[in-house]
Design a protein around this ligand. Structure first.
Ligand SMILES: Cc1ncc(COP(=O)(O)O)c(C=O)c1O
Length: 325
């Protein structure tokens, strides 16, 4: 089967799936779930013919998806992706770029740079910030927190990239009692240890109480939330940010969905003060209705993020391509 034919078949199936989401229940029924057993076949040397593989995916897989891409889904903080975004994703799949630098994809590099500028403009964040596109708020939060730690260590004369963590000065982390589980995961991966992370008490709406904020200093990463996942609430940034700035703490904002309130005049006031933070994460695949997986790591000190995330190979230098463009 030639390549275009198989892509046409996939496109027909995808269009049929999308059209069907209007009338589908959100969670698959028992029959659809039972039929997933159809995937349980032994690994074979021959495999199935290409067209049969796509048909099988559609017949067994499509009915057992959660129809989050349709009008009957009201779960969590995400929903259907916009048709133009789905179309762009189809095109990006055809391009199949290694989008790590301008050397491997000038198009991806140019588009990301422009999109990054626009994101900063829309969100009213400092124009000098780096905007890195990643798979999720989880991964982007992890990147920002890695930059935060390295930078706070650098301010104490410790080179994290060269010397790692052994014998490094201690960095404290203060999070909301209601910090999202993925912040906890990022801290865990970074080696902070949940028991050692300091929890800031919250009110009945899940907002940090400024009056009960634990002590901050220049060795502290403070993580605030623009959009608490259970209540939708925002930490009182206007009250907390001056305290954090005076202490020279690094402030990271987890705005996975809620940071986009800045683009809505009626809601923007909820985020007043976040512009003074040092780093922010937000998702495309939630309130922006882009397809999975798309998120942004935004860091005021672009070099701080680059220092901790970039590394050069003999055949490809991230620093060189950054300079070139
Ligand atoms: C406040 C908050 N932070 C982080 C995340 C994690 O986002 P992602 O699924 O993109 O990793 C979520 C997801 O719902 C969230 O609501």
């Amino acid at each position: 089967m030639d390549e275009l034919k198989i892509l046409e078949q996939a496109d027909t199936l995808a269009r049929g799936y999308t059209a069907g989401t209007d009338n589908r229940r959100a969670f698959p029924d028992g029959k659809a779930l039972a039929e997933l057993l159809g995937f349980d076949e032994p690994l074979s040397n021959e495999g199935h013919p290409e067209a049969e593989t796509l048909t099988m995916l559609d017949q067994l897989g499509s009915p057992a998806t959660v129809a989050s891409n349709g009008p009957n889904y009201y779960g969590y903080v995400f929903g259907a992706c916009l048709p133009v975004a789905a179309g762009a994703e189809r095109l990006a799949l055809a391009w199949d770029q290694c989008a790590s630098s301008a050397d491997t994809s000038p198009a991806a590099d140019a588009i990301e740079r422009k999109a990054g500028q626009w994101v900063l403009e829309i969100l009213g964040l400092p124009q000098e910030s780096a905007v890195a596109f990643g798979t999720s708020a989880t991964a982007c939060g992890l990147s920002c927190l890695a930059a935060a730690r390295a930078e706070l260590l650098a301010r104490q004369g410790w080179d994290f990239v060269q010397d790692g963590l052994m014998d490094a000065p201690e960095i404290k982390v203060v999070v909301s009692e209601t910090a999202h589980v993925t912040i906890r995961k990022a801290l865990q991966i970074l080696g902070f240890g949940w028991a050692r992370v300091i929890k800031a008490p919250v009110d009945a709406h899940g907002r940090i109480r400024p009056g009960r904020l634990p002590p901050l200093d220049a060795s502290t990463i403070l993580i605030l939330q623009a959009g608490e996942v259970n209540t939708g609430e925002f930490d009182p940034f206007n009250e907390i940010m001056p305290l954090a700035k005076a202490a020279k703490a690094w402030v990271h904002i987890d705005g996975a969905f809620g940071l986009w309130a800045r683009a809505a005049p009626a809601l923007r006031a909820l985020t007043d003060g976040v512009e003074a933070a040092d780093s922010w994460t937000t998702d495309g695949h939630k309130w922006l209705n882009t397809p999975y997986d798309g998120a942004m790591a935004i860091c005021r000190d672009a070099d701080a993020l680059a220092r901790v995330m970039n590394s050069d190979a003999a055949y490809s230098s991230a620093s060189a391509s950054a300079q070139k463009t």
